[in-house]
Write a protein that binds this ligand. Structure first.
Ligand SMILES: [Zn+2]
Length: 347
């Protein structure tokens, strides 16, 4: 880390601990003042109460609160800290916006102060570990159509049960991501036709199978859109040989490798089937599900990324689809809050 960044981080930490101390002091003096409206309530806080306590920051149009009530205490604490700093002579903050976006709490304070930026960042990290619904400890939960920071109780209502992660194969290190797509005969009785994988650094694997499926078993859609796109040539391989080649390709990465897919029920299952008896030790036992619809606010951006990818390489070809998935993933990662992305990768 360059010296200047390090100094800034050190100073930021020091400043935050001073602010914490000031807020604690302010809290204790609030209790001595007449009226209880200043004091932070225990447990649930009503939105009117929160905005009523800090109208200059949070009331529209200069500010706003659009998030679940589990995060109101985080917003309350942030405003208390900003208020305390103003009392010490910091220029007034014109407004504070608190908004749930992409599973995380986004906080924007109208201030150019370095310490306010640090405070909002700190509060965002705190929210990333707090259930947006009830305020208990929480973490990111992702599924079709939603991505929310929730506690286990509120998350279990929306999420499928989580499998256990193996720790015996050194898979706890940050794995390399490989993006997977397959083409197969039919949704009801899927048999693998082709498989494409692209790593996060651009390495590619592609194979078309010469056996294990038949044209007669293909749905009308597959016959019309998938089969004409098969390239054959050097990619056309006997199924068992293709499985061995894929296993070798994965092993070559050395460290742990994790598959990202938008159709775990098909792509991932068909890939494991292809690898049967040849499963590489460095392959994480669970695929990472990536649904564009998990982050509704990002859907247009992610669709645009995919479309762009398909402009040069048509869809319904396993390798092109895997490449498009990777492009969409990259767009998502630059838009997510780092704390939310970090949790996503640990799912
Ligand atoms: Zn909860």
């Amino acid at each position: 880390m360059p010296l200047l960044t390090e100094l800034k981080t050190c100073f930021g930490k020091f400043a935050l601990s001073v602010v914490e101390w000031i807020v604690a002091f302010k809290r204790s003096t609030e209790r001595l003042l007449p009226g209880t409206w200043r004091i932070k309530p225990e447990g649930n806080i009503a939105l009117e109460r929160l905005i009523g306590r800090f109208p200059r920051y949070l009331a529209a149009p200069q500010g706003g609160v659009v998030c679940g009530e589990g995060w109101y205490p985080v917003v309350w604490d942030l405003c208390t800290a900003i208020e305390a700093l103003e009392h010490l002579g910091m220029p007034r903050v014109a407004g504070v916006h608190a908004e749930e976006r992409l599973g995380g709490l986004f906080l924007r304070a109208a201030s150019s102060s370095f310490i306010v930026t640090e405070l909002t960042r700190e509060a965002e990290l705190k929210a990333a570990a707090t259930c947006e619904t009830c305020g208990k400890p929480g973490s990111l939960k992702v599924g079709h159509g939603f991505a929310k920071t929730l506690c286990s109780e509120h998350g279990s209502a929306r999420q499928r049960p989580r499998q256990r992660r193996s720790s015996s194969t050194g898979l706890n290190a940050t794995p390399k991501l490989i993006f997977l797509d397959t083409e197969f005969t039919d949704l009801d009785y899927p048999q693998l036709i082709s498989i494409g994988l692209v790593s996060d650094t651009g390495e590619r694997f592609y194979a078309e199978l010469s056996n294990g499926w038949s044209r007669e078993g293909c749905s009308a859609f597959v016959r019309e859109h998938i089969l004409p796109q098969l390239t054959a040539g050097e990619f056309l391989q006997e199924r068992y040989f293709a499985g061995c080649r894929l296993a070798d390709w994965i092993v070559e990465f050395g460290g742990p490798v994790r598959v990202v897919t938008d159709a775990p029920g098909y792509d991932w299952v068909l890939m494991l089937d292809l690898l049967e008896g040849n499963l590489p030790d460095n392959l994480c036992p669970e695929a990472l599900a990536f649904y564009c619809e998990s982050f509704p606010a990002l859907v247009p951006l992610l669709q645009e990324a995919r479309q762009k990818a398909f402009a040069s390489a048509p869809a319904h070809h396993a390798l092109n689809d895997a490449e498009a998935l990777r492009e969409a993933w990259e767009v998502m990662t630059v838009n997510l809050h780092p704390a939310i992305l970090d949790q996503y990768l640990r799912m």
